[in-house]
Design a protein around this ligand. Structure first.
Ligand code: ADP
Ligand code: MG
Ligand code: MG
Length: 200
């Protein structure tokens, strides 16, 4: 039975920050095709601040780690992705409560609540060509473990290519949004790749 403590969640967020650093140019490139070319720099700024906040005062519980990370993203990222990713992490953290350790099932329930909150905030659903197209299948696949969730997120992101965007900046392009991977779906895949990496 997997029991994940606060240190595990700090390692997860640190691994996301590293992945975002590595992939920032690629994320910005994706956003230059169907957005305003700032997704990589937005997330780099946000997750650098998350890393700093967690180093300065490491929270005592898994829930508190994610709430701190989410709040930091909301306050440092101006773009749509700040409030959306911030809400994902904050709501997930709040759902985990003040438990010192959480199991895989609890994490999955927490992330499900977080993903639902993203859809509510964004008035969006899977199929709209957004981050939800990676997040939603990833949380479902988490029932089969971290590696399955990472794979599902990557597949969900790649499956945004033929879709027409119905939400966010990319939707302004109408049919011209077809043929490009959604940047927020790509960064959501990094989130789950980092989770699989630290769980290994
Ligand atoms: P901005 O569009 O403000 O420049 P970013 O470039 O950082 O913000 O993030 C864009 C990403 O945010 C999109 O690729 C998409 O995945 C996500 N996004 C935008 N609007 C929504 C929404 N309403 N619901 C879910 N995700 C959204
Ligand atoms: Mg953008
Ligand atoms: Mg922007």
């Amino acid at each position: 039975e997997t029991a994940l403590d606060a240190a595990f969640f700090v390692r997860w967020m640190t691994a996301v920050a590293a992945a975002v650093d590595r992939e920032a140019d690629h994320l910005t490139e994706l956003d230059s095709a169907i957005g305003d070319a700032d997704h990589g720099s937005n997330l780099k700024r946000g997750f650098t601040a998350v890393r700093t906040a967690l180093e300065k005062e490491p929270p005592a519980t898994p829930g508190a780690v994610l709430v701190t990370a989410g709040k930091t993203l909301v306050s440092t990222v101006g773009g749509a992705s700040g409030p959306l990713f911030g809400t994902l992490l904050r709501r997930t953290g709040k759902t985990l409560g003040d438990a010192e350790r959480v199991g895989l099932g609890e994490l999955r329930d927490g992330l499900r609540a977080g993903v639902d909150a993203v859809g509510q905030l964004g008035s969006s659903a899977p199929g709209d060509k957004t981050m939800l197209d990676a997040l939603d299948p990833a949380v479902t696949a988490l029932a089969d473990g971290f590696a399955a969730a990472a794979e599902a997120a990557g597949a969900g992101s790649r499956a945004t290519v033929p879709l027409q965007a119905r939400k966010g900046r990319a939707s302004y392009l109408g049919e011209r949004s077809i043929g490009h991977e959604d940047p927020g779906a790509a960064s959501s895949a990094l989130l789950f790749a980092a989770l699989a990496e630290v769980a290994r």
